[in-house]
Design a protein around this ligand. Structure first.
Ligand code: FRU
Length: 479
């Protein structure tokens, strides 16, 4: 593997020289060069945060999957590390697919899916997938140990292991598609991380016959309950929901070892934006449950490919569960360390069809706007970012909308969600060079989407259309 990693590093270094930075994020993790998709192996290990990711170092397109690697002291400032895993051994010949990490006795264990195309690259109907292990003593160089969980009979799509320790045992959930093409999660156990039970339990399974696969499962306790987080494929759009090609969301329930998972809250999307997929969670040093997702969507237009790189993570979000069993998702506190100054916006009432410029060039900033919904009878009000992106409260339809329009990249359309029925609406947004993440009412709803403004066309304005809108508090922090 060493040679393959060296080859990949040379390619990356060359590609980096010609990388164009127009859309390259300021504070989101993106590949040094080349392609990135799912977050993998997120973990706090021996004093550092590690983030791995699905990576193709030889071009900005998806290809034979490697594991890229970065480390951080605060989950915000990342340092690129050498590639951790390169495919090409008999058990992972065509790809080291997604997986997770475990810190054990000072060593870092990576569990990942060894992927093999059985009848030609890209033919999803003939593949072989198994769960493999690689171990590192120094947290940088990994030694592959081969297959630890072979594909059970009756399955072919079997991937994305997530491993954790609980009640004197190790546990692994794996995403799967059964012979009837139904998405589900299989659960395995082990006493030593090396030998895994052949017997498995179907932990949870789709009740929507259109859903043929559950990718990237995660399973963890939050508050008093257990959350199953996964990315179902095949769901059909329904009202505001399931508007992306593939979805991501969660179930909430009760679980203890050897008991069935008793679901108390049915599937609910974790984010309402265009670009949120394959999130993985991990525990911060102080025990907070943190989630990071791939901020893109399969088969969508990805303009930065032409710039030599593609794909980035969301900001890390702290997850908590409210008393209704709903996940509340907030940007981690560490993000405040990026603030350079604070700009206060005087409370104001925007009169009918007016707008107010808050920043001339919003390329990297955090904003917080608190609107008084009772005193804002406008048809539509919120903020514009250049000509291409807007986030607004739609008073007529009582919904929140994030809308994008970049015809030069064939990107346009909107995502929306019902407007929370609160007197005040807090809109907190993180803007980076090619992303917009909006958090509503302290994490009750989130929208994450990639945006592609032209250079010098990033004016940030608040606006109202037909009738007034009242802003009771506004703050901007350039980052
Ligand atoms: C999810 C996914 C995983 C797979 C990986 C391949 O985005 O399709 O199921 O392991 O990406 O890159």
């Amino acid at each position: 593997m060493k040679q393959r990693i060296e080859l990949a590093s040379t390619a990356l270094n060359q590609a980096r020289q010609t990388l164009q930075h127009q859309f390259y994020p300021n504070y989101h993790l993106a590949p040094y060069a080349g392609w990135l998709n799912d977050p993998n192996g997120l973990i706090y290990h021996e004093g550092l945060y590690h983030a791995f990711y699905q990576h193709h170092p030889f071009s900005a397109d998806w290809g034979p999957m490697h594991w890229g690697h970065a480390t951080s002291e605060d989950m915000i400032h990342w340092q690129h590390q050498p590639i951790a895993l390169a495919p090409g051994d008999e058990f992972d010949r065509d790809g080291c697919f997604s997986g997770s990490a475990v810190s054990h006795n000072g060593q870092l264990y990576l569990f990942y899916t060894g992927h093999i195309w059985l009848s030609g690259e890209g033919d999803d109907s003939h593949i072989h997938q198994s769960q493999c292990l690689a171990i590192s003593h120094d947290g940088i160089h990994f030694e592959k140990k081969g297959v630890v969980v072979p594909c059970p009979q009756g399955y072919m799509h079997f991937r994305d292991p997530k491993v954790w320790y609980q009640d004197d045992r190790w546990w692994m959930v794996v995403g799967a598609r059964d012979s009837l093409d139904q998405g589900q999660i299989l659960l395995f156990t082990s006493h030593d991380l090396l030998t895994w039970s052949e017997n498995y339990q179907v932990l949870a399974k789709t009740d929507d016959k259109n859903v043929y696969m559950w990718e990237c499962p995660d399973f963890f306790s939050l508050g008093e309950q257990f959350v199953t987080l996964f990315s179902p494929q095949g769901k059909k759009p329904q009202g505001h929901q399931y508007r992306n090609l593939y979805q991501n969301g969660y179930l909430v329930g009760n679980w203890s070892p050897n008991q069935p998972y008793e679901i108390t809250n049915q599937f609910s999307e974790l984010d309402m934006g265009h670009d949120f997929y394959a999130p993985q969670t991990f525990l911060a040093q102080d025990g907070r449950r943190i989630a990071i997702a791939w901020m893109d969507m399969w088969e969508s237009a990805m303009p930065s490919k032409a710039h030599g790189w593609c794909g980035c993570f969301t900001v890390p979000r702290e997850l908590t569960l409210d008393d209704q069993g709903k996940i509340i998702s907030n940007p981690i506190n560490e993000l405040t360390s990026l603030r350079t100054e604070q700009i206060d916006i005087a409370p104001c009432t925007l009169t009918k069809n007016s707008s107010l410029t808050l920043l001339d060039e919003a390329s990297s900033c955090e904003i917080e706007l608190i609107w008084d919904l009772q005193q804002s009878p406008a048809e539509k009000f919120g903020f514009w970012l250049g000509d291409g992106a807007e986030f607004f409260i739609d008073g007529q339809n009582q919904q929140l909308t994030l809308s994008r329009h970049y015809p030069e990249y064939a990107i346009s359309g909107y995502r929306s969600a019902p407007l929370p029925q609160t007197r005040h609406l807090k809109v907190r947004a993180f803007i980076d060079k090619s992303s917009l993440e909006v958090f509503i009412n302290d994490g009750e709803l989130t929208f994450s989407s990639r945006i592609y403004p032209k250079e010098n066309e990033r004016k940030l304005k608040i606006f109202t259309i037909n009738q007034q809108a009242k802003l009771i508090q506004g703050t901007i922090w350039p980052l």
